[in-house]
Ligand binder design. Structure first.
Ligand code: SAM
Length: 245
């Protein structure tokens, strides 16, 4: 059978493409791309001539089956998303599951990712953290999700689009209470910046700025729970092993 490669692409700076990523994209029989026009540009820049297949949120079932068929015929297929690491708030997950069910080898490449890049410069605890991704858009659903995370004691990572940023920051302040966060804006690009401070301070910044660009939010975990003697099982803790009789 063939091989399914998962290939990260830059999140803004083309220099973040790895030598291996370029070689795998060149050598693959096909590239499965979230947006073929976007990937075409990347391929032109790096002189990659591999044919593209469209694989995105809205055709993932039909397109996924075609990709699996080609893998079974022995083809090598590399999956890319628009930017960053496939399968992280981007298409790829279902394809990995299907490939594994067919015993097709899945080979992941390390590379650009907004979440980890933001985390390592946040100044917040990098030892224990939780990747959330995008919160729901609806006000009520967003609050429900934040309620669920209110006592979560570890660093949390969120993606957010610029036009929902203010609303999300104020929901966080309201539900989680004031705490530290580090916001990475336009990572790896010309106007990369970090906005660090309390939720109140960062919300104030957002209110006084024309919010543009891409944002990743790194939010401090709950202080309360960390200091509390509490024996109740938390959903984020591993389940205790059941003893066999
Ligand atoms: N798969 C990608 C990854 O590995 O990072 C994430 C894709 S997700 C659809 C896009 C979101 O990632 C953006 O809305 C933003 O929250 C975050 N993001 C992507 N590029 C970024 C950048 N250069 N700076 C800050 N955040 C970024």
């Amino acid at each position: 059978t063939g091989v399914l490669y998962l290939v990260p692409t830059p999140i803004g700076n083309l220099e973040d493409m790895t030598y291996r990523a370029i070689r795998i994209l060149r050598e693959a029989d096909y590239i499965g791309a979230e947006d073929t026009r976007q990937t075409k540009k990347l391929c032109n820049y790096f002189e990659i001539q591999t044919p593209l297949l469209s694989y995105h949120e809205h055709n993932k079932e039909a397109s996924g089956m075609k990709i699996i068929d080609r893998l079974k015929e022995g083809k090598t297929i590399a999956i890319v998303s628009d930017a960053g690491t496939p399968a992280i708030s981007d298409p790829g997950y279902e394809l990995v599951v299907s490939a594994l069910m067919e015993n097709i080898p899945v080979v992941p490449l390390p590379g650009a990712n907004a979440a980890l890049t933001s985390l390592i410069a946040s100044g917040l605890d990098t030892k224990d953290f939780y990747f959330y991704g995008f919160l729901p858009r609806g006000k009520k659903e967003k609050r429900e999700q934040l309620e669920r995370l209110k006592f979560y004691p570890f660093t949390m990572i969120f993606y957010e689009s610029p036009h929902r940023l203010k609303e999300t920051l104020s929901a966080m302040l309201e539900v989680l209470g004031d705490r530290q966060l580090s916001m990475a804006r336009e990572l790896t690009k010309k106007y990369e910046e970090f906005i660090r401070g309390s939720l109140t301070e960062v919300l104030e910044w957002a209110k006084n700025t024309e919010v543009r660009g891409e944002f990743c939010l790194i939010v401090e975990g709950s202080e309360n729970e960390k200091n509390e003697e509490n024996t109740e099982t938390k959903w984020w803790e591993p389940l205790t092993m059941v003893e066999h009789v």
